[in-house]
Design a protein around this ligand. Structure first.
Ligand code: PMP
Length: 389
């Protein structure tokens, strides 16, 4: 079958064959390959060539607290935040990491006390990003341990905590604030999805500790680069210590590439005559809007599932009212004959992640909205075929 595009956009060509009708569709991971067409189109502008004698030293800038941070990468990070208006950077140290995953490890170390026998409790409000428990407990550290849902955590005088606040939240796309009082604990704001393709910009975030990653900002998950904006110099120093012990710094080659990628996005907005092919966030937002529209229609027609609703808000970046288009669909099986939503989708060859991994129930699943067009189209077709009628 060949299905024509329903929206008139030519960015995502739809073509579904008979073999596809039986294919396994893996939407378990949030692999951001949907952004590839933009970067294909960007061509040479986004290509980086590194001569054999470049980036050989361990060191990038020994005058910087984060001595392995490439100055050009740091400049492009500050520039992009200024253009987008999603975070203040002037009072913060930038710490680069092997993805924001390494930075979460570094933060758990940096924020816990080494002179106590009581591990600090790490919490996040459910549904929380499914990797937080694993990242916290994988090495069975004596410094910190996962303590689950922040909303049911009892703060008591003697014990401290670290609350990870993910906003917009993975998996359900909601905007979040800390649920615990900060006096007894420390907050980490994971802002991986606070970019204009996913959500309206409500002004610059100005938290003590903020995490970002190229994985979700630009789609370059394979470059493995994230950054933390950290106000307190002692916390920043301890993170640097952790990264020294863990990987003696962060690939300069990757930072050089990430710097170029961020530069292309910023240039697309600041150089003369921006258009839909140079404006990354506008391009990506349009694709996500189209996907969400098609998914909502298929879900509605099925009568068996539901999706979260979001109200539109003014976006300070685009200067217009904008909808929320999360990177994941947090789908609920409302059909009571389905007890295990993940199992049900698996039986029709769609791989998703059960709500159980996020501190929620088996009636929920998380579905990636960021896969390649072909996979996503197959998924929408398949969900449309699951209707009650
Ligand atoms: N935080 C959140 C909320 C995420 O969704 C992800 C990726 N799925 C990460 C952190 C880690 O991203 P990375 O290590 O690729 O930067």
């Amino acid at each position: 079958i060949t299905t024509p595009s329903t929206t008139g956009t030519s960015d995502e060509a739809l073509s579904i064959s008979d073999a596809d009708a039986d294919a396994v569709i893996n939407l378990d991971h949030g692999d951001p390959t949907m952004f590839e067409p933009f970067w294909k189109n960007a061509g040479d502008k986004s290509t980086v060539v590194i001569p054999g004698w470049h980036t050989m030293s361990y060191f990038s800038d020994t005058s910087n607290l984060c001595w392995f941070l490439e100055p050009d990468f740091a400049n492009q990070v500050r520039r992009l935040h200024r253009i987008v208006g999603n975070a203040v950077t002037h009072a913060h140290h930038i710490i680069v990491g092997v993805g924001s995953t390494q930075l979460i490890h570094a933060l758990l170390f940096a924020l816990s006390a080494t002179d106590t026998h009581h591990p600090v409790s790490v919490v996040s409000a459910a549904p929380f990003y499914s990797m937080y428990p694993g990242i916290t407990d994988f090495l069975k550290s004596g410094l910190f341990r996962w303590a689950g849902d922040a909303t049911s955590f009892k703060v008591n005088g003697s014990s401290s905590f670290i609350e990870i606040v993910c906003s917009p939240n993975n998996p359900d796309g909601t905007l979040r604030r800390a649920v615990l009082s900060t006096e007894a604990g420390k907050l980490v704001h994971d802002l991986a999805y606070y970019w204009p393709q996913y959500t309206p910009m409500r002004g610059p975030a100005d938290e003590d500790i903020m995490l970002f990653t190229v994985s979700k900002a630009t789609g370059h998950a394979g470059t493995r680069i994230g950054w933390a904006l950290v106000r307190d110099a002692d916390v920043a120093r301890r993170m640097v210590k952790f990264i020294e012990m863990n990987s003696i710094g962060v690939s300069k080659d990757s930072q050089v590439r990430a710097a170029r990628i961020l530069q292309v996005i910023s240039d697309g907005y600041e150089l003369p005559d921006p258009d839909s092919t140079t404006r990354f966030f506008h391009f990506s937002r349009r694709l996500l809007a189209d996907r969400w529209q098609r998914l909502r229609r298929a879900v509605e027609e099925s009568g068996r599932f539901s999706l979260p609703q979001f109200s539109s808000e003014f976006c300070e970046f685009t200067k217009e009212h904008a909808e929320t288009y999360p990177a994941f669909a947090w789908l609920r099986c409302v059909d009571e004959s389905i007890e295990d939503c993940e199992g049900f989708f698996k039986s029709v060859k769609v791989l998703t992640r059960s709500g159980r991994h996020f501190g929620a129930g088996p009636e929920y699943i998380r579905i990636s909205m960021l896969d390649r067009a072909h996979n996503f189209d197959l998924f929408v077709e398949r969900i449309a075929s699951l209707g009650l009628g």
